[in-house]
Write a protein that binds this ligand. Structure first.
Ligand code: FES
Length: 151
């Protein structure tokens, strides 16, 4: 699905994308102001709800407060759109013992791994020396937190 929206976006990136590989994806082409999305029923319904109830322009959407994968992915998209997607861990690989990428951990959190133990079980991160566990915890906290709540 695609829709052209009015916007005065002025960043250099040509697209902003939030995606769960092989599942849900939402993106905006900043040159054409075209929003595209695809994914499961829950994700599509959330995007359509926002378009119908707030605006076709995702700049006007509220940040979702819930922790379903659909809400977390839309929140990631909106934070990237606002320039506020400030990951507390910025390297590609988070677990050097198990060679687990940061994106793998972020995806696991998005689909329900909301504790370090579950992240470890699903991804193998933090299952050897444990040095990466504090960074995994920071990613969980970042991904699940409400950026509007300063606590
Ligand atoms: S760096 Fe992750 S377990 Fe060692």
């Amino acid at each position: 699905m695609a829709e052209t929206i009015p916007s005065n976006e002025s960043r250099n990136e040509s697209k902003i994308i939030a995606a769960l590989a092989g599942r849900d994806q939402i993106q905006i082409d900043l040159a054409t102001k075209t929003v595209r999305f695809e994914g499961c029923k829950a994700f599509s319904e959330l995007v359509i709800f926002n378009k119908n109830n707030y605006s076709k322009d995702p700049h006007q959407w509220p940040l979702p407060k819930g922790t379903t994968h659909a809400e977390l992915l839309v929140k990631e998209f909106l934070l990237k759109l606002q320039g506020n997607w400030n990951l507390p861990y910025k390297h590609d690989e988070i677990c050097h013992c198990r060679l687990v990428s940061t994106q793998t951990v972020l995806d696991a959190i998005a689909v329900g791994a909301h504790t370090p133990e579950v992240v470890s079980r699903w991804t193998t991160a933090s299952t050897a020396c444990g040095t990466c566990r504090p960074d995994v915890e920071k990613l969980i906290q970042f991904r699940l937190s409400d950026p509007n709540d300063p606590r």
